[in-house]
Every structure is written in C-alpha cells, then in structure tokens.
Design a protein around this ligand. Sequence first.
Ligand SMILES: Cc1ncc(COP(=O)(O)O)c(C=O)c1O
Length: 388
Amino acid sequence: MTFAKRTNWNTAPNALTQALERIKTAPDFIDLTVSNPTLCGFRYLAPALLQGFQSPQNLLYQPDAHGLPEARQSICAYYARRGVTVSPDQIFITANTSEAYTFVFKLLADAGDRVLAPAPGYPLIEYLAGLNDLTLERYPLCDRNGWSTDLKTLAGLLTAETKALMLVHPANPTGNYAAAEERAALIDLCTRFATPIIADEVFFDFAWGPQDRFESFASNNRGLTFTLSGISKILGLPQMKLSWIVVTGPEALRREACRRLEIISDTYLSASTPIQNALPFWFGREEAICGEIRSRIRENRALLEKAFGTHTRIKLSKGSGGWTSVLEMPADKPDEEWALYFLENFQTALHPGYLFDLPAEKSYLVVSLLIPPDKMHQGLGRLKLGLN
Ligand SMILES: Cc1ncc(COP(=O)(O)O)c(C=O)c1O
C-alpha cells in the first residue's frame, strides 16, 4: 500500500531537535521559545474560569452551522468594542484557527489552486495549504527599519487565478501590523484582482505601544474578506478550542460565501456546546486576561529593547505587536548554528529563523515574549555573554 503524497513530510530529527531532547531536562535550561500561555505562570488561569461551564444549556444539543447564537453575539460585541460592526450571521465558529483556514480554503480553492501567504510567516500555513492540496506561493515581507509587505513584488505575483491572499495582522514572528497605508494598498490590490483576503488576527489585541491603534480587516467590505481569530491567543485559552471566521464584503458575494460555508461547517460541527456557552463568560474577563498577557509581552519587549535596542552585534527587529520578536544575529554563523550554540553552551533554547522562513541570507533567531520576565532577563543575559 502507499500513503497519500501529501503526507510525505521529512520528520527525521535534525541536530537542533536532537540537542533539545538532551538539554531540555538540564536544571538550568531556559526555554525562550515557549508560546503556550498555559505554561507561563499567568494568574488569570484560576479555577474561577471554569465557572463558565455551569450553564444547564450544556445538556442540550442545538447544532447551528454558524455556531451558537449567544456565542456569536459575544463575538460581535468583541468587534463592536474595536469599532467594527458585524452581525451574527457573518460569523462562523470553529474549533480552532487551523480549522477556520481549512473551511475558507475549501470554500475558495480546488486542488492545485494557488494561494499567497507572507514569508517570513506562520509555519503552519505550509501544512494547512498542503493538507488542502493547494499550491502555496510566498510574497515577501521586507525589513526596512521594521517589517512590512513588499507591495511591488506582491503586485507582480497576484493574478486573477490567485484564490486567496493570506496575511497575519500583526504578523508572526515579525510583529508588524498592516498600518493604515499598507492596509489600504493591500485592499486595493485584492479588489483589483477580485482576490479574497484571509486575515489572521489572532494577535490583534497585543500591540506593544499602549497608544497604538490598528484597524481590523473585519471592517473591509470592498472585497470578500475572511477575518480569523480565536480565544487561543486573545483570551489566552488554547486548551478550550474556539475560533471564528468573520465574513465581510459586498453583500451579494458575502451572502453566497456564507451560504456555502454553512454547508462546509455543517459537515463538521466541531466546536463543542460547553465551550461556546462559556464564551460570553470568558469575554466578561477579557480585560483581566488580555491585560495580564499584554503587560507581560510589553515588559519582555522592554527587556529586549534594553538588552539589544542599541547593541553593536545583535539587531532587534522593530515591530508593533504580537507574542514574538526577531533578533538579527551576526552573519558569521547561520541561524541553526546560533540556535545550537546557545542551546549547547548556555542551555538556552531559541527558534532559528528558518522555521519561519526568515531570509536565509541573514541569520535570525526568534524569541517568545510570553516567558516569565525573570527567565527572560536571565536568558538575555546568556545571549549577551555568548557574544562576548
Ligand atoms: C498566526 C497564527 N495563527 C493561528 C495560530 C493558531 O491558532 P489556534 O490555536 O486557534 O489554531 C497561531 C499559533 O501560534 C498563529 O501563530
């Protein structure tokens, strides 16, 4: 027998994963890559959060292809707090963001069709596109004193055959939001080619500057737009499994997209009733939860700025938000060698840039901003020491 070609992944451990296996149990190991908020010592993860499960409604099964109405209303209220008006019939609840991507891919593209995604970017996109039999093409983000879309190159890649343009707002791992001008240019381009936008906004609420304000793609009605988000990041609850798609765009197109998405979603109905019923309760704690995560990432970002903002050998990429930061290392070692060097000599784990398709001609490491600040402080001290 043979397995499907789409599963022919290279899963052999490389030098870095082998070293990590050996070193991760060392008593002084510091993991600067942790991105699971349930392992980062946050106070919001208290038993009181489980009170959201007390509703007797959890004993009923009332399937709805869009997701339960009260949960969808609480998602609309989330957007209203950000100045965006959407109605519950524009929302589809899914079990996670990967499923949301899959539903939108199923809606827009057939096997072999082209979709565009940013590079550097979110590593899972390649798997999601592959599992849906899509041809993934990359458009570049460039670091010009802060990362942004290379609009000229993107314009040359978009064609009437492009089935979707993906973007992450703010981007992972580079931390750039599509600022007003870039957002307008992206929307113009996609409108010109009638290309639907898939905007992943899971990190939208994590701006590093307290005064910074950005606009969600959920307010775009010029062309068909699918805005994805979920509670794994915005409420720091990845174990609960709830995400959504907001469908916006010209009314007739939007309605047709929703009619088709209803059938896709009805085929799976994977978001559980208790989690959907708990959503309004959790949103009631949004300020406390998101506020605590935001202060953590701002504190860690400030530590990074202090350590490497004006460093002569490591350049900290400028950015505006998200859960990660990018360090440009001296080019005398490739990224994997830097990661191995810190792991083996300083028991400190960092992600090499290639995991996120950061440009190979330079050497990048990626750091998580979720780790407890005392560990961050210690870890950054080791990075400095390693360069002396
Ligand atoms: C850009 C981006 N989108 C989506 C996700 C995953 O979201 P979920 O846990 O809802 O599938 C991640 C996880 O790291 C991410 O970085």
